[in-house]
Design a protein around this ligand. Structure first.
Ligand SMILES: Nc1nc2c(ncn2[C@@H]2O[C@H](COP(=O)(O)OP(=O)(O)OP(=O)(O)O)[C@@H](O)[C@H]2O)c(=O)[nH]1
Ligand SMILES: [Mg+2]
Length: 316
């Protein structure tokens, strides 16, 4: 049974719908191109590999990931004695699925602590609003913490979203030490037996050492106040920047022990292929992706639906 047929058998139209519309542009650059190649060149030959490499690069998988995939593809073609281009593309789609680490978000009893980090404008605050909305709908109590104290507007933005969702927002005085606001937030959540605390942090560039150290400090005060590690430290990446996002992520991962990636702004991008490289290089799960600016536009990431959506045109 081909990989495509296995995917199709597993997925429902409801599960694939947001992926098919959200990743339409990525599909145009990937699945559509695969389909065209199969049409022109039904049998595998050397030039097919070069053309596939080209397609992968254009879909923003990055040079390293693309050449690794082509290498694995050659091995697979040899081992399985593949002759038709259709078979090769099917094998490639399977390889695109492999780097994704399974993830299921399970909230435990007691306080679940989420620390959200990332560079300026990646979508941290919006993601927190969307998460607060999701958890509230699941019947959980939520509190947000505005530890982005650099800009008054940042605090206002989180307060505004929290109001809309109907959850309390803990903030400090302007220019307060972000770590002290985090302590207040955790204490509040513990005192009120809240299920989820979502901590928003200021956007920072990964090359600004003192700001990265500040994140490490925030992590330490969480441990001190809550008497345990945060449950989730998620790095929010702007998916529309493709390979750029990946470079930032590596530094964040070293400084604050990131446990997962939320990739935003994937709606409309042609760079969706970068998700494969992100999963492969960072070896971290992708719990959620952002496919729009509304509260409902954060969806749990389903790697099967993703690979289906970006390659479907090439399936027989
Ligand atoms: N299209 C789209 N836009 C998004 C998505 N997520 C966030 N945005 C937009 O991206 C912009 C920046 O989002 P914020 O949530 O303010 O980003 P931030 O990381 O908190 O930014 P700073 O606090 O300045 O570091 C806003 O205009 C959001 O509406 C998404 O999934 N899709
Ligand atoms: Mg923000």
């Amino acid at each position: 049974m081909s990989f495509f047929s296995q995917l199709k058998a597993k997925l429902t139209p409801k599960a694939t719908q947001p992926y098919v519309s959200g990743f339409k542009n990525t599909q145009n650059g990937l699945g559509e191109k695969f389909k065209a190649l199969i049409g022109i060149q039904p049998l595998i030959d050397e030039s097919l590999y070069a053309q596939l490499n080209d397609v992968l690069l254009r879909a923003d998988l990055g040079v390293t990931m693309a050449s690794e995939l082509i290498k694995s593809l050659r091995q697979k073609a040899k081992a399985e004695k593949l002759t038709e281009s259709q078979q090769l593309i099917d094998a490639l789609s399977q390889l695109l699925r492999e780097p994704f680490i399974p993830f299921e978000l399970v909230l435990h009893d007691g306080l679940n602590i989420f620390l959200i980090v990332g560079i300026n404008g990646a979508g941290k605050t919006t993601t927190i609003a969307k998460l607060a909305h999701r958890f509230t709908q699941e019947g959980k109590s939520v509190v947000t913490v505005a530890a982005d104290t650099f800009r008054a507007a940042a605090v206002e933005q989180l307060k505004h979203w929290s109001n809309r969702v109907g959850v309390p927002c803990i903030s400090g005085s302007p220019q307060a030490d972000p770590a002290s606001v985090v302590v207040d937030g955790i204490r509040y959540a513990l005192a009120h037996q809240t299920d989820v605390v979502l901590i928003d942090t200021a956007g920072r560039l990964e090359n600004k050492t003192h700001l990265m150290e500040e994140l490490a400090k925030i992590r330490r005060v969480i441990v001190k106040t809550a008497q345990r590690e945060p449950d989730h430290v998620w790095l929010v990446l702007d998916g529309s920047t493709g390979q750029h996002a990946l470079k930032q992520a590596l530094t964040f991962k070293e400084t604050v022990q990131i446990s997962g990636i939320v990739c935003t702004k994937l709606d409309g991008t042609a760079k969706g292929g970068s998700l494969v490289a992100i999963a492969h290089d960072l070896k971290l799960p992708i719990p959620f992706i952002g496919l729009g600016e509304h509260l409902d536009d954060l969806i749990p990431f389903d790697p099967d639906a993703f690979v289906y959506a970006i390659t479907q045109e090439a399936s027989p």
